[in-house]
Each structure stands twice: as C-alpha cells, then as structure tokens.
Design a protein around this ligand. Structure first.
Ligand SMILES: [Zn+2]
Length: 153
C-alpha cells in the first residue's frame, strides 16, 4: 500500500498552508492590516462603552407619577405602600415594583400592564392621563420623594 503524500502533511506545513489560505481569504475581502487595527480599536471602544453604559445606568429608585404630563408625585420604590392617585387610580408599590391595582378606565390597560420594576418602564392609563414611570437615582426630583397623593396603607 503506497502511502499518500498529500494525506500526511506535517503540522508545521499545515499551519503555513492554513495561514496562507487565511491571508488569501483576507486579501480577497480587501481587509488590510490598517483595517484590522481599526476594527480592533472600534470593537474595544464599543465594548468599553457598553461596560460604561451598564455601570452608569441609574438604579431604579423612584416611582414618578404624572398627570396631564405634570409630575404630581415621586415615591420611593423601596417602601411598600399603596397610594391613591385620583378618584379612579390606585397604585401599589411592593417588593421594588409598582403596579396599578385599581382603575375605573374602560380599557383597563394600566391594570393589565401588571408590575414594573426596571428604570424607564411605565404604566399608562390613557383615559385618565396618568403615567407611572420608574426612574433612576440620578434623576433630579423637585419633590425630594415627597408626595401629595393620598397614602392608603
Ligand atoms: Zn387605566
């Protein structure tokens, strides 16, 4: 049985062949060394930006209640309480999340939204022009976490 010469290629030869193939593939893609450096820099920068963004994300701290676009209350998210917003809407803060528990609106979308817990999430009661949003600790408050809502519990 004659041994095939092509089938047994030395490891170092395979490496060189592989590298040459890779180089040719890169050349066919018109990627130059400069492009690779630029690509690496861009990837590094975007990764760093991603980390920075994740670190700088404000922690969810408050529940902002808006009526007709005006903030009428800013409530601490870490204190479990039930607040009445108006004759129709009641919210409950519990376990660092907030949900609409009572609403007389016909669509009841606000109640169906369920509990929200992340910064930026909102519960909207369009018929009553109420928007409940969770906001981060770095957003300035005109109320210093004081509310003029009626505290139920
Ligand atoms: Zn509603």
């Amino acid at each position: 049985m004659p041994k095939s010469a092509t089938g047994r290629c030395a490891v170092s030869l395979c490496w060189i062949t592989g590298m040459n193939r890779l180089r040719r593939a890169l050349a066919s893609l018109r990627i130059k060394r400069g492009d690779l450096i630029l690509l690496t820099v861009l990837l590094t920068v975007s990764a760093a930006m991603g980390i920075l963004f994740a670190v700088s994300q404000p922690k969810p701290e408050y529940v902002s209640v808006r009526e007709d676009g005006m903030e009428i209350a800013r409530l601490p998210l870490n204190i479990d309480r039930v607040y009445r917003i108006n004759d129709s809407n009641t919210i409950e803060i519990s376990g660092k999340s907030v949900r609409m528990t009572e609403a007389s609106c016909p669509d009841r979308i606000c109640i169906k939204t369920g509990a929200i817990s992340r910064s930026g999430q909102s519960i909207v009661c369009a018929p009553h022009r109420i928007v409940v949003t969770i906001i981060g600790d770095r957003e300035p408050s005109p109320y210093d976490a004081i509310t003029n809502l009626i505290l139920l519990h």
